[in-house]
Structures are given as structure tokens and as C-alpha cells.
Design a protein around this ligand. Sequence first.
Ligand code: PLP
Ligand code: MN
Length: 369
Amino acid sequence: MLQRLPAEPGMREEEVDTPALILDLDAFEANLDAMAARLAPTGAKLRAHAKTHKSPVIARLQMARGAVGQCVQKVAEAEILAWGGVDDILVSNEVVSPRKLARLAALSGIARVALCADDPAMIPVIEEAAEAAGRRLSVLVEIDVGPGRCGIAPGPEAVALAGRIAASPHLRFGGLQAYHGKAQHLRTPEERAAAIRHAADGTRHTLEQLRQQGLDCPIVGGAGTGSFPLELESGLWTEIQAGSYAFMDADYARNGTPPPFRQSLFVLAQVMSAPRGSGRAVVDAGHKALPTDSGMPLVHGRPGLIYGRPSDEHGTITAEGAALPAIGEKLRLVPGHCDPTVDRFDWYVGVRDGRVECVWPVAARGAMA
Ligand code: PLP
Ligand code: MN
């Protein structure tokens, strides 16, 4: 159930109820523009990852700047986007449940829909769902270009799978999904470059073998915020799937030579206790507002203040060479990891020049089935 609106347009940011998900609209729009400008002179297009923002509003802002469509990780996310008017969606993931495949096939009546496969055993199951719906589904072959998660081996096995898809009457071979997730957060530029060189080698070989078999490969998809300039440099990838670039987070900021985007996403929290003589202030945002899988949030714009010791609904602020914030003060916290943070909130509160300008639903919040 959607929660009560935390803010109304025109309000000052300090008046917003906490914890709240704040989107700094100037920084956010600058990020969307910067990515569009970076991709414009290349042959590649953005297919932004909506697992980050979970919002048809944001998807459409990206597409207005030239993105060809959206990626999602889950069928339920695809549904929310399509119902919100997004007309080109890739599930950048394997889907094996017949019920989910039936939902995807139905969705392909209102949007272009594609999904990934990495095992020949799945092809008859996807074919059956497409046939039952009387539709043709596009299937990309996911190759494991290094991360060791999903994906069939690059080369002959991948080519055989592509052939199997192309030979299925209700399926179309959509291309290769070649995403190296581990590369994004490798800390040094050299490590990231080596990882993507490896990914490019596997992708190049597979493309050559597809060509030898006469199989046309319309899309090579992959890349994220931490590595996409490297994929672009290779000239192999046609669709860049960055998601975090729109918001950024404390973890990306820790990359050596971090990506050239601004922090636009914050969790606004309020000091609701500062026990006298304790040397700490306590804010109303803990694990339930700020996932710490990628490290602690940072206190934005307040040097010397440190967030730590989260519990369910509390976070502790300590100070080094700075004054502790007083009861009632509100702090902008930079999330450790933007994607799961967004999923904790029902609303984005869009702020410009200190005032609330818009409130957008995180429409696909919790859409994980
Ligand atoms: N593509 C795929 C398949 C992903 O799983 C992810 C994130 O994990 C991304 C793209 C986007 O990564 P980022 O949000 O770091 O840009
Ligand atoms: Mn992420």
C-alpha cells in the first residue's frame, strides 16, 4: 500500500517528513543529460536499467533524451513500466516459470518485450508461452563474460543456443546479453579495464561465430555505470544498460576515478535524540531506510559528521572536529547503494533550490516476482 505523501509541492525541504527519499532535480537532470551527451556521438544507445529507479516517470525522462528503452530484472517491473507507457523493455535476466512467461507474452501485446536465456532446456518453455499467447518473443542469449553469475559460455555453446532460438517459430534471436557486473565496482581503473577487455574478447569471438553461422545479432547489451566507457571503447556493445548513473551512491564514489555523475539521491533523516553528554545524535533512518550491503551512508555537506551503528529504525551520528547536529535538525544522507535504497520508499520527493517541486511514486517498489 502506498504511504501518505511525505511532502507537497512548494514545501521547503526542511518541512519534508522523514525518512524521505530526496531527488535533487538539478543533479539528476544533469546526470541524464551527461549520459545522453556521452552516448550521442557513439554508435551505442542507452537502455537504462529500471531496477535502479523503478519508475515509469524516470524511464520516460531517459527515453525523451534518446534512450531506446529500459532494462528490468523482474517481470513485475516490466509490467509496471509497460502499464506506465514504456514501450520497449528487456528483461536482462532469465525467466523460467511458465506463469511468468505467460505474463511476459501477454505484455508483449502492449510493448516490445525481450528476455534472456542461458540454457537450451528453457527454449521450449519460452516457445510454448509465446505460442499460447499467439505472439513472438525476442530472446537474447546471456553469455558469462567474467562475473560468474548467470550466462552460458561464450563461443560455440552460445551460438548453438542462438540457433535454437532462431529456429523456434514463436521466438526471435534478439542478440547477446554480455554484462560484467563485477567489473563495475573494481576499485582501480586498471582492474576495470582488464575485466572489460576479457568481456570484450568473449563477446567478439561469439559475434564472429554467429556471423559464420549466418545468425544476425541485432543487440549486444551490457555495461553499467562503473564500466560503460570501456564497453563503448571496444565498439562491440550496441546498448548500454547503466542504471545508477542517474542517482549515484557512496559505493560508486569510492571507485578510483569515480564515474562523472553527481550525487542526486539522498535520504533525508531527522535527529530525534541527542542524549546529553553522550557525544552522539540519533537519526530516524536505520536499516529499514538505508541498506548497508555496500557500506555505510555518508552525511552530505557536513564534514566531520559520521553515520554508523544502524539498527532497524535508528542511525547514530558522531562528530570528529565538528559540532553534533541538534534535536530536530535534518540531514541529507548519501545512500551506500542506490538501488535497494530506492526500493525502501514509496515516493521520490523532487527538490530544486530548497523547495519541493514534485512527488513521484516509486511505482515498481517491491515488484520482485
Ligand atoms: N545491467 C545489468 C544486467 C545489471 O544487473 C545491472 C546492475 O547490476 C546494470 C546493468 C546496471 O548497473 P549500474 O546500476 O551499476 O549502472
Ligand atoms: Mn546496484
